[in-house]
Structures are given as C-alpha cells and as structure tokens.
Write a protein that binds this ligand. Structure first.
Ligand code: FMN
Length: 449
C-alpha cells in the first residue's frame, strides 16, 4: 500500500460579506449580516460539508477603512470562532490576533480555551498589525517600527508556546478516591523574563487536545519569514504569480530546515480570491458587475493604500509611478508581503494601474473562472512546488463558498488532490501536522505550591 497521496489543505477566509468590497451592495445578504453569528455558522457548515480544513478570520483592532463605504468593522475573531466551533464538528477555526496589541498570558489563555472548546481545532494567525489606526487605539501616535514589532512578536510567541506547554500531557490524574486532581510536578511555572515581557505561569488551563493551537504566520518580510521558519506550522502568504509562489515556497522550506525542522512541518498556504461561474464567461460577467458597482475609484484607492501611495499619483491607464515606489522603507507602515506581491506582478508584466487593480482582490491573486479553471489553478500551484494549500477568499458569501464546495471540491477529489472525509478530530490531523510534546516533559521543575 503506497503512502497516502499528498493532498492539499484549504481554508475559507470569511472577509466581511465577501472578498469583493462591494459584496454588501449585491443584495445576497443583509448588509448587517457581518454582525449576525448565523451568517458565519452557515458558511462554516457549508465549508465543513466540503471537508475544508478551516475557517479563517482576519483581524485588526481598528476600523479598517472608510465607515461610509461599507461594512469595514469586524467582530472579535475568537468569539465568532467559538460560536462556529459549537455549530460544527470537524472544521478548524483560525483566529487572527496581534502581538502588538495584546499580552501573552491573556491571548494564550483565550486561544487555549478556544482549542479546548473546539476539541483541538484552533489556530492562531500571528500578525504584528501594520498601520497607525490600531496604534492610536492603544495610546501610541503611530505603529511601532517594523523591526520592533517583530522583536516583540518573536518573544510573544515563545511565551504563548511555553504557557500552552506548562501543563504536561499527563498532568491530570483526577483520582476522586485519593482526592488528587493533578500531578503538581507536571504543572510548570515558565519564569519568563525577557526584553518585552515577564511572565511566571503556569497557564490556568491544562494542555489542549491537540497539544497547542496551530500557529499560522501572515507576513512575508524578512522578519515575517524568519518568525514563520522558526515557529509557525503554516504560513498564509500573498504571492500573485506561480514563479513568486515557487520561490517563496522553496525559500520557506529551506529556512525551516535551517532551524532543524522537517520542511513538511511548515505548510505554505497562499491566498486566492475567487469569482466562480458555471462558465468562464459567467464568472467574468459576475466580476464585471461587482466591479461596476464598486467603481474604479474605490479599486484605485485599494491599490494606493496597499502600495502606500497617494491616489493622485496613480494614472488609470499608465504603469505605476515607479519613481515614487521606493524600497523596503516604504512599507514601514504596511505589509511587506502584500507590497512585494503587487510590485513584482506589476513590474514583471508591465501592468497599468487598471490592469493591476483587476488582478488583485483583497490583496491576493484573483482568478475568475469555471469550477474546472479554479481546480486547474489550485492543482498547478500544488503540484509545482508553490503551495501545500490555499486560503480562499470568495467574492461573495454564502454563494461563493457554496459554489466552491458544490462544484470545485468534487473535481479536486476526483483528481485525488483533496480529502473525501475528515480522517481525524483535530486541525493538526487535517493539516497533517504532528502533535507537539510539551517542552517541559521530563523536566524536574515543579510549580511552587
Ligand atoms: C497574507 C497576509 C495576511 C495578513 N493578514 C493580516 C491581518 O489579518 N491583520 C493584520 O493586522 N495584519 C495582517 N497582515 C499583515 C502582517 O501580518 C502584519 O501586519 C505585519 O506588520 C506586516 O507583515 P510583513 O511586513 O511581514 O508582510 C497580513 C499579511 C499577509 C502577507
């Protein structure tokens, strides 16, 4: 019997009412659905019916964008994902949370609790949060500089892992007769003293069913890649061309190996924005209708924001103002990952601003096509060393998730590229990741009574 064929992982990224910023105007759901837990639970049930790996929620502790232009706020992810976990049985739940605007003990506790409540299906998408809007909600005048954000993030993640490990797997005894609930020698203080934090521990909940929540990292700068290579189980990334995807994939696998890790223990999951029709023509018509509703001005505003350019410098049918696009310093306040992905695409293909706006949606590669064409592009990246899986951003919910599950998943299954059923209860099972042991196992160091 040969080894199980390599199969892709697929996440469903519920971005508001859809990846297209005008989804709310299309009328498929009430514009306030992004505040209705039933809306999220419905998409999660559809995605679980398609045996997807996880529901993913992006996040930032600030109102993202113009409140007048559309539903730009977000409910707090761990609360939404708890309700999703209780409405589903297998699908994973990935919560984005910032290392810049949280503290390690409370966040480790919140995510550890989600992992317990979901039966081992939780993950943390680690971000450092670019932009001044969030900073100003926490007493700062602007975002901490990129290097400092990541210095804090590295220490933050190490503390969270120590806290999740602070109860060994066999710490719980629960012997009613003898009145012994846990083995004190297997519940450890972590005694962390670092540049940014001092945390004694232990965590006030035992180790979770999958050992620890899965760690996802989103951010493709040098610092982002270094953190992912050392610590992450998966990387959510934003490459827009197969070549860039292959280069990033090879680099990340090599970086993980350089930390002594099995390269397969780090899953590379590029984002993909989709518009799916029964034919390519139908998909393109749907995209054109949404773009028409949105208007080119709003699309240009998104390009300008991601490239940290003033809108007035963008000329619709000309190339980007290359003389204004500097080097890494320009993304001090943005995301290097998104910046590079768009610049590389525009430069390589000499795209006009209008063409670039039509190729990118929610910061990611946009493909509009039939179910076969969507399956083809997923297969192309998966078999050609550019992805272990994908984080999907359909143009609109719930129809965008429904059509993927009903028409693309069956094709992927027929091609042997995707599971037909869940083979285990935890998110680590879905992603093919090992269950990590506690770093304190067999360490003679008991918590002070
Ligand atoms: C694919 C991808 C997804 C991201 N999602 C978020 C998010 O949900 N919230 C957030 O604050 N930052 C998000 N970011 C930005 C970074 O995680 C983070 O804010 C960081 O400052 C910039 O990352 P980078 O410069 O390493 O790319 C994302 C970045 C990438 C590449």
């Amino acid at each position: 019997m040969g080894a199980n064929p390599r199969q892709m992982s697929i996440g469903m990224n519920i971005l508001g009412l859809g990846g297209h910023s005008s989804a709310w105007r299309y009328g498929e759901v009430d514009p306030l659905s992004y505040l209705d837990i039933g809306y999220y639970q419905n998409i999660a049930r559809i995605s679980e019916r398609g045996t997807l790996d996880a529901i993913f929620l992006a996040d930032g502790p600030a109102l993202a964008g113009d409140p007048g232009g559309g539903p730009s706020g977000r409910l707090e992810p761990t609360l939404v994902l708890t309700a999703i976990a209780l409405a589903t049985e297998r699908i994973g739940v990935i919560a984005t949370a910032s290392t810049s605007y949280n503290d390690p003990y409370n966040l480790a506790r919140r995510l550890g609790s989600l992992d317990h409540l979901s039966g081992g299906r939780a993950a943390w998408n680690i971000v450092t949060t670019a932009g001044d809007a969030a900073a100003r909600n926490f007493g700062l005048t602007g975002a901490p500089v990129h290097d400092d954000r990541y210095g804090r993030a590295e220490e933050f993640v190490d503390i969270a892992v120590k806290l999740w490990d602070s109860w060994e797997d066999d710490a719980i005894i629960a012997d009613r007769a003898r009145g012994v609930f846990a083995d004190r020698a297997k519940v450890h203080t972590i005694d962390h003293e670092g540049a940014h934090f001092a945390v004694r521990g232990p965590l006030n909940i035992p180790r979770s069913p999958q050992g620890r929540p899965v760690l996802v990292q989103a951010g493709s700068s040098e610092h982002g890649k270094a953190l992912a290579a050392r610590r992450a189980d998966a990387v959510f990334t934003a490459q827009t061309t197969l070549e860039d995807g292959q280069a990033f994939y090879a680099e990340m696998k090599a970086r993980a190996a350089a930390f002594g890790r099995d390269p397969d223990s780090l899953k590379i999951m590029p984002g993909l924005s989709t518009v799916i029709g029964s034919t390519e023509a139908e998909a393109l018509a749907r995209q054109a209708e949404l773009d028409e509703i949105q208007g080119i001005e709003a699309q240009l505003g998104q390009v300008a924001q991601r490239l940290q350019l003033d809108r007035k410098h963008l000329k619709l049918d000309e190339e980007l103002p290359w003389h204004l696009i500097g080097d890494a310093l320009r993304v001090e306040n943005g995301s290097r990952g998104f910046f590079d992905a768009q610049i590389n695409l525009a430069r390589r293909e000499r795209l006009t601003v209008r063409q670039l706006a039509g190729r990118i949606r929610s910061g990611h590669r946009l493909v509009a096509g039939s179910p076969e064409q969507i399956a083809d592009t997923l297969e192309e990246w998966f078999v050609n060393g550019a992805a272990d899986g994908f984080n999907l951003m359909p143009d609109m919910f719930p129809s965008g998730a429904q059509v993927f599950v009903d028409h693309v998943v069956p094709i992927l299954r027929r091609r042997g590229l995707f599971r037909t059923e869940y083979t285990g209860p935890t998110l680590r099972d879905h992603l093919g990741l090992q269950r990590p042991a506690s770093q304190y196992a067999a360490v003679p160091h008991a918590v002070a009574a």
